[in-house]
Design a protein around this ligand. Structure first.
Ligand code: ATP
Length: 449
């Protein structure tokens, strides 16, 4: 979120519609103006709606849903490229304007759209230029998708806008359910009404839930009377520390009485593995985008010295518009502070072992590192490109390690490009040091796109 440093500039405008989840929050519509009263340190700010009828209304709003009136974010954002517009952009292909992403001619003055880093997220800055009667688009990609678009040049832009258009209209995820959860996370069972069962994991069942009668969430429950309490709570603790748009967000826990709950954001399309198997029609563009989103979440863990240890399509969740996030932190462990790099290896104590996804050094010596996660990411890539195909199909777990140790690698899948296969092979380098970092993988996936 932006921080409201300039107090003179305290009139904000809503970027999206929002429906209040509690009596202390405000409901507002995109375009509504509001005065900032008390910007919290956190992600929920107190504002007063500026409206003749309801001018007294004050309450909390998610800070990433509003922007100062003068900011670029508050400008009307997207107009999807029509066929004509795409054609125009193709014509501009041979111009010298390599850094150009789009032109905007919706109103005077006309603009060229180029890249700008602003407040940590990327915006596309609009520079004045006269393109006569050119009809094109204005692009202002913000947030998690920006990294992906940053590399686009004109010919791809029309495709990109068509593809991202839907995503861009989506309301962003709020940071937490409300300001009440900002620090404490502990909720009451009665606040969460359990609905249909979504799945079942090692700890217990996962349900769709409704918080406070207003907000859909996912509720992971712990079987009563199990010895797993400690790991369950560890998972919750870990999730609290890790916040990134590509990691499933923890909203609350209920641990005052049994059954324990971990409440997270709801990912409406369930696990990536099932999703891939049910959606044969997903094209390469979408698949590579999904892989890049996962690499982005993993790059965040890498930067924060976490190792995940169970990267596989079954542990990735899918939301709307093929948005994917890394979930299930059960096995993830922090690497000791101060010990950085692949040498920082965690001795495994886990008995359950995902052999097909594991790097040989992790499976044989129980040596985990972010680079063993990279190996697993390579296997996950085969699941993605193979639309949920099992790795080493038909092989018994016992056969895999000796084969892999003697140099065997899964062959290239029919739908896999050479560049993508090269990425996979690098993930499976016998020497962990030679494997790419997730940061590099993210860049390479953008290039593969
Ligand atoms: P664990 O090792 O933690 O038990 P698991 O992957 O076996 O992990 P869960 O994380 O409990 O099991 O999830 C089980 C299933 O519930 C998932 O495969 C998915 O279909 C569903 N699920 C879990 N979390 C969510 C969520 N946030 N949104 C939607 N569906 C979810």
């Amino acid at each position: 979120p932006q921080s409201p440093t300039n107090t003179a500039d305290n009139i904000y405008v809503a970027l999206y519609d929002y429906v209040a989840r509690t009596s202390t929050q405000l409901t507002f519509k995109k375009g509504d103006k509001m005065e900032l009263i008390n910007p919290n340190e956190g992600d929920w700010w107190v504002v007063r709606l500026i409206d003749e009828v309801t001018s007294q209304l004050e309450g909390y709003v998610p800070s990433n849903y509003i922007a100062t009136c003068s900011s670029l974010e508050s400008q009307p954002k997207f107009e999807l490229a029509s066929y004509k517009q795409a054609k125009l952009m193709k014509k501009l292909r041979h111009s010298k304007l390599v850094q150009l992403y789009a032109v905007c001619t919706r109103s005077q003055p006309f603009y060229i759209v180029t890249e700008l880093m602003c407040n940590g997220s990327m915006l596309y800055y609009l520079k004045v230029a006269d393109f006569g009667l050119a009809r094109a688009i204005k692009v202002g990609l913000i947030g998690p998708y920006s990294y992906f678009v940053s590399k686009f040049v004109l010919p791809e832009l029309s495709l990109c806008v068509e593809y991202y258009g839907n995503k861009l209209d989506e309301n962003p995820q709020t940071d937490g359910l409300s300001h009440e959860f900002a620090d404490k996370y502990e909720g009451d069972h009665s606040e969460f009404k359990l609905g249909k069962k979504l799945g079942e994991g090692n700890f217990g069942k996962v349900f769709e839930g409704l918080w406070n009668g207003t907000t859909k969430v996912a509720v992971k429950t712990l079987k009563q009377g199990t010895s797993e309490q400690e790991s369950f709570l560890k998972e919750a603790k870990l999730m609290k520390k890790l916040r990134h748009p590509k990691l499933v967000q923890l909203y609350a826990v209920c641990t005052r009485s049994e059954p324990f709950y971990i409440v997270t954001e709801l990912m409406c399309n369930g696990s990536l593995l099932d999703y891939l198997r049910d959606h044969e029609d997903l094209n390469q563009l979408i698949l590579i985008d999904m892989a890049a989103q996962i690499a982005s979440g993993m790059a965040y863990l890498e930067t924060n010295n976490y190792i995940y240890r169970d990267l596989a399509a079954r542990n990735i969740l899918v939301g709307k518009n093929n948005c994917v996030k890394v979930a299930d932190f059960g096995l993830a462990r922090a690497i000791k502070v101060g010990l950085i790099g692949f040498e920082e290896i965690y001795e495994s104590t886990s008995k359950k072992f995902p052999v097909k996804w594991s790097a040989p050094e992790a499976a044989l010596q129980k040596n985990f590192s972010i680079k063993s996660d990279v190996w697993s990411f390579g296997i996950l890539l085969t699941e993605i490109i193979g639309k949920g195909r099992e790795p080493y199909p038909g092989w018994d777990n016992k056969e895999i390690l000796p084969q892999v140790e003697s140099g065997y690698r899964m062959p290239k899948l029919p739908d896999c490009t050479d560049s993508l296969y090269a990425i996979m092979l690098n993930c499976w380098d016998a020497d962990p040091k030679k494997r790419n970092s997730f940061e590099t993988l993210l860049c390479k996936l953008e290039d593969a796109y």
